[in-house]
Design a protein around this ligand. Structure first.
Ligand code: TXA
Ligand code: MG
Length: 440
């Protein structure tokens, strides 16, 4: 294993509103329309994106870029050498397939045609009809769909890990879409963390993990969703969720054909069961510190014992934990969660148009990482707030922050995952982060 730094890593801040002209134009057989990006040659931001796109086309060293979920580590999905660069930089097991990121439905359709087909527009849509309502409502967005890999696929086999299927997703981030469009390649991209670490939700997280191992990190600010995409399999009946993520089970079940969607993943690694999404079986999301996750309603005796006996502790509070300080002791108690109306958040608007509208409102909607750090030398207390979307946005960052401060143990207040939002994804990641350390 070669972990020595080999290249110099640059972090390039890029403002998505300063690329040039970005617009949506109608398209005949495409309800999404077409996203048109015309770079302003005088803009530094545009020059940086162009340079990163050139690297994606020509280099075998992957490029890190923001998406709405987490930062991705991208490479041209059609070139084996480039894709191998991802596995090398991340030290990722080779049997874990990568998601292919596309910027238009036309680009996805081309991937679904056998290599030698001379696509004459009259052919039936290659995208299975079951996915149509999902694409309409959730793309661009945090949803990955599983598709059959065609014969003689142009995708490098390192992308699919020879599974016969591949995952595709259209990210909801103008910088990600611009990179895909400008490179004119499908981009394979896992999360841009070192394998086993929490996923990166800011450019600095990528730098911390991959400094010296990649050349370019496009810094587009913090990710707005904060947990990865939901991976769904609509090729089986009934359809299933292979990995929980930014789109919830409830949201999926509202779509025609998806009413009976099943949960096809397990949160705890039961021995002898083989997860359908290969990535779900690996140690993941784990900081160095021991993570103790307290499920909603679980007794806090153990947490308070740790508080009494450990010398440096991290606390991640969400909906109801209170910290009571007496002279030289600290105690956690559970209060009722905050009223539900404070947790409500409007659903994202569909399509490229919705994405661009959000971009305009970004100043007012900027994600809040609501950290309150109170450090008396032994306790570092992070409050993510009661809203599940804020918890999702801040959770990986919180685990990383605490790790950097060398706490021994991180006590995490879990949330109830029967809620109609990203709570299932948050708890899935936390159970993984916790399960590994407590058993090991
Ligand atoms: O939000 C996301 O999905 C992020 C950003 C960068 O787009 N990407 C991401 O990729 O999380 P990664 O590689 O860390 O996770 C991909 C997940 C893994 O659990 C993998 O096993 C599963 O998707 N997956 C990929 N292709 C698959 C396939 N053909 N069948 C089943 N599962 C697949
Ligand atoms: Mg990952």
């Amino acid at each position: 294993m070669d972990l020595e730094p080999t290249v110099k890593t640059a972090v390039w801040p890029v403002d998505a509103t300063k690329l040039g002209k970005v617009a949506v134009v109608p398209h005949d057989n495409d309800h999404l329309g077409e996203l048109v990006i015309e770079l302003d040659s005088h803009s530094v931001d545009a020059q940086r994106i162009q340079k990163a796109a050139d690297q994606l086309r020509h280099s075998d060293i992957p490029v890190a870029f923001p998406t709405e979920t987490v930062y991705g580590l991208g490479a041209d999905a059609t070139r084996s050498e480039a894709v191998k660069g991802i596995y090398k930089a991340k030290q990722r097991p080779a049997d874990n397939p990568l998601i292919v990121h596309i910027a238009s439905l036309g680009q996805l359709r081309r991937l679904l045609q056998p290599f030698h087909a001379n696509g004459n527009g009259a052919a039936a849509d290659q995208i299975p009809a079951i996915y149509e309502p999902l694409i309409r409502r959730f793309w661009p967005g945090p949803l990955t769909i599983i598709l059959p890999t065609p014969q003689d696929s142009t995708l490098a086999h390192e992308v699919t890990a020879d599974l016969g299927t591949f995952g595709a997703r259209m990210p909801r981030n103008v910088l990600a879409l611009a990179l895909i469009k400008l490179s004119d390649k499908p981009i394979a991209a896992p999360s841009a963390n070192a394998s086993t670490k929490p996923s990166p939700t800011a450019a600095e997280h990528v730098l911390y993990d991959l400094d010296g191992r990649i050349e370019t990190i496009i810094d587009g600010g913090p990710c707005t969703v904060g947990v990865e995409s939901t991976v769904v399999d609509g090729l089986s009946d009934p359809p299933s969720i292979l990995r929980p993520g930014g789109i919830s089970l409830e949201q999926l079940r509202e779509c025609p054909g998806w009413e009976r969607t099943e949960v096809g993943y397990k949160d705890s690694s039961e021995k002898g069961t083989k997860p359908k999404a290969p990535g779900m079986k690996y140690r993941h999301y784990a900081p160095k510190a021991t993570v103790m996750l307290f499920e909603r309603g679980q007794k806090l005796d153990k947490a308070n014992e740790v508080l009494r006996t450990s010398s440096k502790i991290g606390l991640v509070r969400t909906k109801g934990w209170q910290v009571k300080k007496h002279r030289d002791s600290v105690q956690i108690t559970q209060e009722d969660p905050k009223a539900p109306q404070s947790t409500h958040e409007a659903e994202m608007q569909p399509g490229y148009k919705g994405m661009l509208a959000e971009l305009q409102n970004q100043a007012s909607n900027a994600p809040q990482t609501t950290y309150s750090l109170s450090n008396d030398g032994t306790l570092i207390d992070i409050q993510l707030g009661p809203r599940t979307s804020d918890i999702a946005r801040g959770i990986f960052s919180a685990l990383r922050d605490l790790d950097r401060q060398d706490v021994e143990t991180i006590l995490v207040e879990g949330v109830s995952d029967d809620e109609e939002d990203v709570a299932a994804a948050v708890m899935n990641r936390l159970r993984k982060a916790a399960e590994v350390k407590i058993d090991a």
